[in-house]
Design a protein. Structure first.
Length: 147
């Protein structure tokens, strides 16, 4: 029992580790909200694609709108990849928090490992943002204004 007590981090150590994982915890919350936005955008792209696919080729007034389908497919691909990158960012961030707490409990130096995981998480978040920017730019082009 004494060995477990000696393994337990002190109040100061716990306070320090909680302070050091505050930024990753906020990142985790931001990424979760961001994923929600991405999924909402993807649903709108899918809904528009389904609507366009229902247009009959004999409907001469609206059949030209089907030309937008390849662009919508590309937008969905960008959003899907953005969701993937954001999810990886969230997983790495959660792993970072777990590593920080376990390292503190075992009294291991964790600063470099946590810093590397934080940079990796932010890098994936950046990739997700870049794909969202590309998709948003595509979404503002001509065809979306016809319906």
């Amino acid at each position: 029992m004494d060995s477990l007590v000696s393994l337990a981090p002190s109040l100061n150590q716990l306070s320090s580790i909680i302070g050091s994982v505050a930024a990753p915890a906020f990142l985790l919350g931001a990424v979760a909200a961001f994923i929600s936005v991405l999924i909402s955008r993807m649903n709108r792209v899918i809904d528009r694609s389904q609507l366009l696919n229902k247009i009959s080729e004999s409907d001469k007034e609206r059949s030209f709108l089907k030309a937008d389908l390849p662009r919508l497919k590309r937008r969905a691909e960008l959003l899907n990849r953005s969701v993937l990158y954001a999810t990886i960012s969230a997983i790495v961030t959660a792993l970072l928090i777990i590593v920080a707490f376990i390292s503190a409990m075992l009294r291991l130096a964790h600063e470099y490992g946590v810093a590397i995981l934080f940079v990796v998480a932010l890098s994936f978040f950046l990739l997700a943002l870049i794909d969202l920017a590309r998709e948003t730019r595509m979404g503002l082009r001509d065809f979306d204004h016809h319906a």
